[in-house]
Design a protein around this ligand. Structure first.
Ligand SMILES: Cc1cc2nc3c(=O)[nH]c(=O)nc-3n(C[C@H](O)[C@H](O)[C@H](O)COP(=O)(O)OP(=O)(O)OC[C@H]3O[C@@H](n4cnc5c(N)ncnc54)[C@H](O)[C@@H]3O)c2cc1C
Length: 323
C-alpha cells in the first residue's frame, strides 16, 4: 500500500497492463501487478490516467506526443453531472443556520445542546426538506430534485463558504437527467497538469425547460402560506428576474454542476464504450475501471452509494473471474 501517492501512468507490454509509475513523497516508484490493475480515480482522474497512459482518443494522444496503446475515442467523453441553481430568501427570525454561522455564542449553545441532548441544528445536514418532482407531467419518473437548505451564501469560494449576515434559507432545483455531454481531456503529457474539464449544461431545449420549471416551482413554494409569514424578500436572484430569458441568463451566471460527475469511462459495447459489463477496458488485458466514470448515463439521484456499489460489484467480479 502506498498512500500520499499519485499515479502518473500505466505501463503496457503490447496491450497488457503490467505496471504503474507513481510519485510518492520519497520520489518516483514503479509497481508491477501479478494479475490486473483496477483504476478508480473518479470521473476526472480515471480518464486522465488512461489518456496519460496511451489509452484514449488517438488524435488527442498523438497531438500531445503520447504513444497510442489503444484508440478508445470514448475515454474522457460523455461527462455528465446534475445541474442546479438556487433561490435565497431573507427571513424575519434568527432561526436559520446563517445565524449560527454568524454568531460565536449561538455556535457554542448549539454545540452544548448537541453534546448533552443530541438534538438541535448540529444533528442535521442543513438540507431540511426535499422533493422529487417531474418537470413535465408526461414523464414517468421525476427529473428534478428540490432541496430546501436552512442557510444561504454570500460567497462560496475555494477557501470556504460565507453565509449572508442575516437569517435566510435557500431553495434549489437540481436537474437530475440532463442531456448535455461534456468531456475530460488532458492538455499535456504531464500527470500533474490539470486536464480540461468541460460540462455542457443548458444546451438542449429539454435541459433549459426542466431547470426553468424547477426555478418557477421554487418561487411558488416560497410564496405558500406556510412560508410566507417568514419571508421578507427574495435576495437571489431577486424580483428583477421574471421572464424565462432572465432566468436562463441568471442560471448561466450562477448555475453549478452538482459534484456528481460520471460517465467518462462509459460501460457498454458501442464504439464509444470504454469498459465492458465486467468493467474490463475494451481491447486491453489486465485493466479494469471501477468508479462513477463507468456509469453510461447519470442516475436520477445522488451518486455516492451507486459508486460504492460499483466498487463492491467489481470486487465480486474479480473473485468470480479468479475462481
Ligand atoms: C463536495 C462534494 C459533496 C458531495 N456530496 C454528496 C452527497 O451528499 N451524496 C452523494 O451521494 N454524493 C455526493 N458527492 C458525490 C460523491 O462523493 C461521488 O459520486 C463519489 O465519491 C464518486 O466516487 P468515485 O470512487 O467515482 O470517485 P472519488 O470518490 O472522487 O475517488 C477518486 C479518488 O481517486 C483519487 N485519484 C484520482 N486520480 C488519481 C491518481 N492519478 N493517482 C492517485 N489517486 C488519484 C482522487 O484523489 C480520489 O481520492 C459529493 C461530492 C463532492 C465533491
Amino acid at each position: 500500500m502506498s498512500t500520499e501517492s499519485h499515479a502518473q501512468r500505466l505501463i503496457f507490454e503490447g496491450t497488457r497492463a503490467v505496471g504503474v509509475e507513481y510519485t510518492t513523497p520519497q520520489g518516483r516508484r514503479t509497481a508491477r501487478a501479478a494479475k490486473e490493475f483496477i483504476v478508480f480515480g473518479g470521473a476526472f482522474g480515471s480518464p486522465q490516467l488512461l489518456q496519460l497512459s496511451g489509452v484514449g482518443p488517438a488524435d488527442l494522444l498523438r497531438d500531445l506526443g503520447i504513444e497510442v496503446v489503444r484508440d478508445i475515442p470514448g475515454v474522457g467523453e460523455n461527462l455528465q453531472d446534475h445541474f442546479n441553481s438556487y433561490l435565497s430568501y431573507r427571513v424575519n427570525q434568527p432561526i436559520t443556520l446563517n445565524d449560527i454561522g454568524n454568531s460565536t455564542t449561538r455556535q457554542i449553545l448549539a454545540g452544548i445542546r448537541y453534546v448533552f441532548t443530541r438534538t438541535g441544528p448540529l444533528t442535521g445536514t442543513g438540507i431540511y426538506a426535499g422533493a422529487f418532482v417531474r418537470s413535465d407531467q408526461r414523464l414517468e419518473n421525476p427529473d428534478l430534485q428540490i432541496n430546501m437548505s436552512m442557510w444561504s451564501t454570500e460567497s462560496r469560494t475555494r477557501s470556504g463558504i460565507v453565509p449572508h449576515p442575516f437569517p435566510a434559507f435557500t431553495l434549489s432545483p437540481v436537474h437530475l437527467r440532463p442531456e448535455g455531454r461534456g468531456f475530460v481531456r488532458i492538455k499535456t503529457p504531464n500527470a500533474s497538469d490539470q486536464p480540461a474539464i468541460r460540462f455542457d449544461q443548458l444546451r438542449t431545449e429539454y435541459d433549459k425547460s426542466a431547470i426553468l420549471y424547477g426555478l418557477h416551482l421554487c418561487r411558488r413554494i416560497a410564496a405558500q402560506p406556510a412560508l410566507k409569514p417568514y419571508v421578507v424578500e427574495e435576495i437571489l436572484p431577486g424580483p428583477a428576474v421574471q421572464s424565462d430569458d432572465d432566468w436562463l441568463e441568471d442560471t448561466r451566471q450562477r448555475g453549478v454542476a452538482n459534484f456528481h460527475p460520471v460517465g467518462t469511462c462509459r460501460m457498454g459495447h458501442g464504439m464509444d464504450a470504454v469498459v465492458d459489463p465486467r468493467l474490463r477496458v475494451h481491447g486491453i488485458a489486465g485493466l479494469r475501471v471501477a468508479d462513477a466514470s463507468i456509469m453510461p448515463s447519470i442516475i436520477a439521484g445522488n451518486t455516492n452509494a451507486p459508486s460504492i456499489m460499483i466498487g463492491e460489484k467489481c470486487a465480486a467480479m474479480i473473485l468470480e473471474d479468479a475462481a
